[in-house]
Design a binder for this molecule. Structure first.
Ligand SMILES: [Zn+2]
Length: 495
């Protein structure tokens, strides 16, 4: 990430289809992106953080029909459930866009017209369409005649005249962009996947469908109302239409045109749309490109893929109700490796809770607060009071954490914070302050323990903002004065 351009960063999450309620996989992505947004805010960056929903997909139309309500009523009702993740999980979105909003329609229409006319052409097409992916599939995409992501959905054979985007001419440019990290794809494995996809040769892709097949839903092609803009072409544009591309230009200028830190956080299954289609579209319309794509893995539930038919869908709202937002955040961020797939299980969640939260950070804070609750406010002189080994451990944890955060290795960054928690526990066990109870040596130990807790609090704050706030209510530093106000336990054990 570049530090120039007035320390500004624009972070987006994928816009979700609203055909069903969000599951724990949606929650993971929003939480991961939220940590990154909070991390940069804490560093003093001007952060703009976006969420949203994809309302224009055909699968939303089909789901609305099944529910017996109008499509617009259906998408608005369900979009509210996705928007509500903000409060339920503490997602610090600055803005949230629905693709049925006017600002989006205006921008999409402008963008279509801005594309190089040579890049958009009409031709007859016949192919297999997966409604689940909202994408045409070629033979090489299929596994046993079915979509690999949606094996229970049958593919629809479609024959009609559509507009196409000349992606085939962008192969060399895209290859250079990705190889050079000018468009950086994290992790490396996804970058290699994209490069090998480009090497196989890029095919033009359809960017419209007939109004009839779209069931009269979506954004019409400018000057050809019988065609509706293909949902992916439309959806990707939310990243700029939300900033007012085509309408309010000040925000677009600030966070897109004059910003060298644009980060898309997405799931691995849609990397191709973001790393290949999206930059080609932007190049065609002469709009600048984003810098970074962070592509996270998927969650399995006790070893199985999340699926309605398996019946293992976990609603994040239910999890929050049972365990609280901070616990859900911690578990997903610590247990699911940010760069690959991971598994969710209740047993593991409770183990992590009791081991890391109740016995880890919760116990450390309670111990120190109990030891120090009767002392008067202490003046801390960081030069003479903080021991070399406390300072070195704190510094090492910070450096490790920063290096992991640089590559969005979120679970490992948390690991670095937890190593410091272990160090603080060992430090207190060695010093045995409970045998002293008062005096300069006792106070010195308390000062060092709270100094370590101060660093830990800073490290965990982007991950667990509520917990950081609670710790600071018990262990207060103000103008180098330490005050301890013992409160209730932060994470009581789950029996
Ligand atoms: Zn599919």
């Amino acid at each position: 990430m570049s530090n120039s351009e007035k320390n500004r960063i624009y972070i987006t999450t994928a816009i979700d289809y609203v055909n069903a309620r969000p599951h724990v996989g949606h929650a993971l992505e929003k939480i991961q992106a939220d940590v990154i947004a909070r991390f940069f805010r804490k560093k003093g960056f001007d952060v703009h953080f976006l969420g949203g929903t994809d309302d224009n997909a055909l699968k939303n139309v089909l789901a609305a029909k099944a529910a017996g309500v109008s499509t617009s009523e259906f998408v608005d009702t369900n979009a509210e459930v996705f928007r509500g993740l903000k409060d339920a999980l503490g997602i610090s979105w600055d803005d949230f866009i629905q693709t049925t909003e006017e600002r989006h329609k205006i921008g999409v229409e402008k963008f279509w017209r801005a594309c190089d006319p040579k890049d958009i052409y009409k031709k007859a097409y016949k192919g297999l369409y997966c409604v689940g992916c909202e994408e045409f599939k070629t033979e090489k995409d299929l596994v046993g005649g079915k979509c690999s992501e949606h094996p229970s959905t049958s593919l629809e054979e479609v024959e009609e005249e559509n507009y196409f985007f000349r992606l085939s001419t962008y192969g060399e440019k895209l290859k250079k962009l990705i190889e050079s990290d000018e468009l950086k794809i994290i992790p490396e494995s996804r970058k290699n996947e994209m490069l090998s996809f480009i090497r196989q040769g890029l095919e033009d892709f359809s960017i419209s469908r007939s109004r009839a097949r779209a069931q009269n839903w979506g954004i019409p092609v400018p000057d050809d109302p019988d065609q509706v803009i293909y949902v992916w072409f439309d959806a990707l544009l939310n990243y700029i239409t939300s900033l007012g591309y085509g309408s309010d230009n000040a925000l677009f200028k600030k966070y897109w045109e004059e910003n060298e830190n644009i980060l898309h956080v997405i799931g691995k299954g849609i990397t191709r749309f973001h790393a290949i289609y999206w930059p080609a579209m932007l190049m065609s319309a002469r709009v600048k490109l984003p810098q970074t794509i962070f592509s996270h893995g998927y969650i399995t539930i006790e070893g199985q893929k999340i699926s309605k038919s398996v019946g293992n869908v976990i609603d994040p709202y239910d999890l929050v109700k049972e365990f609280g937002a901070e616990t859900v955040r911690y578990f997903l961020l610590r247990e699911i490796p940010a760069h690959s797939d991971g598994d969710f299980s209740r047993v593991r969640l409770i183990e992590r809770y009791n081991g890391d939260l109740a016995n880890g950070i919760g116990n450390l804070v309670a111990r120190v607060a109990t030891l120090g609750e009767h002392i008067n406010p202490l003046q801390i002189d960081f030069q003479s009071d903080i021991e070399k080994e406390s300072d070195a451990a704190s510094d090492a944890a910070f450096k490790k954490y920063e290096a992991y955060m640089e590559n969005f290795r979120l679970n490992e960054a948390l690991g670095a914070a937890w190593e410091l928690i272990s160090f603080a526990d060992r430090y207190i066990n060695d010093k045995k302050p409970w045998t002293l109870k008062e005096g300069p040596e006792f106070e010195r130990t308390i000062k060092n323990a709270t100094y370590l807790i101060g660093t830990i609090t800073n490290l965990i704050e982007p991950f667990l903002p509520g917990t950081a706030g609670k710790i600071r209510q018990q262990i207060l530093f103000k103008d180098s004065v330490l005050e301890i106000k013992k409160g209730v336990g932060i994470f009581p054990r789950i029996p």
